[in-house]
Design a protein around this ligand. Structure first.
Ligand code: VGL
Length: 197
């Protein structure tokens, strides 16, 4: 029998309007994710929340050869989860991009608070079907979904709970195609009822 788990990807202040690397309309994912969180919580299914957790001087930042303005510096207000995101008390936080050279796009590059890699943690928790949504569709959501497939999990992208950056117009659409090609299903509040798995 499949066991579902929910991954909320990088719903941090810096990725929302007003933040250092704001995803257009990024805050719109919050109420939708809250509805999914309620469903997973009601079904006593595990919830994970990934976060970018970068050190000062990260090579992921423009000034050190990377692509992006500094964002999600660990322990800074910009790295905090959005305050209106209703994470359950027993949420498992997955931190990635913690090493100076790590981009950390995928939650599977991250670890839980005990340092357990995310993939191992899912295995230990018995999760075989990962639902995910958040920010940004064409970066961390995409990378996490593809890695989840590589780990042999069934994967459902919560498209209504995800927003992307589209650095190049079409990036979001291409990311969705790539995920679909890798066997990722697309779900929405209308179709996802994890309690019935
Ligand atoms: C992300 C761009 C840079 C993301 C992280 O969370 O999708 N995007 N760093």
């Amino acid at each position: 029998m499949a066991r579902a788990g929910l991954l909320v990807v990088d719903v941090q202040n810096d990725f929302c309007p007003g933040g250092a690397l704001a995803v257009p309309l990024g805050d719109e994912v919050v109420p939708v994710l809250n509805a999914y969180l309620e469903r997973f919580d009601a079904a006593s299914l595990p919830v994970y929340a990934s976060r970018d957790w970068h050190p000062v001087g990260s090579h992921h930042f423009r000034e050190h050869g990377g692509l992006w303005p500094p964002h999600c510096l660990r322990d800074s207000p910009g790295a905090a989860f959005r305050p209106d995101l209703a994470l359950p008390a027993d949420v498992v936080v997955i931190s990635s991009g913690t090493g100076i050279e790590e981009e950390g796009y995928s939650a599977f590059e991250g670890t839980d608070p005990d340092g357990v890699p995310f993939g191992d943690r899912l295995h230990r928790d018995g999760v075989t079907h990962l639902y995910l949504g958040g920010l940004a569709t064409d970066y961390c959501v995409r990378a996490s979904a593809l890695d989840a497939r590589r780990h042999g999990l069934a994967v459902t992208l919560l498209l209504d709970a995800s927003r992307g950056i589209d650095v190049q117009s079409g990036d979001i659409a291409r990311a969705i195609e790539e995920m679909r090609d890798a066997g990722v299903e697309i779900g929405s509040l209308d179709t996802v009822h994890p309690e019935t798995e």
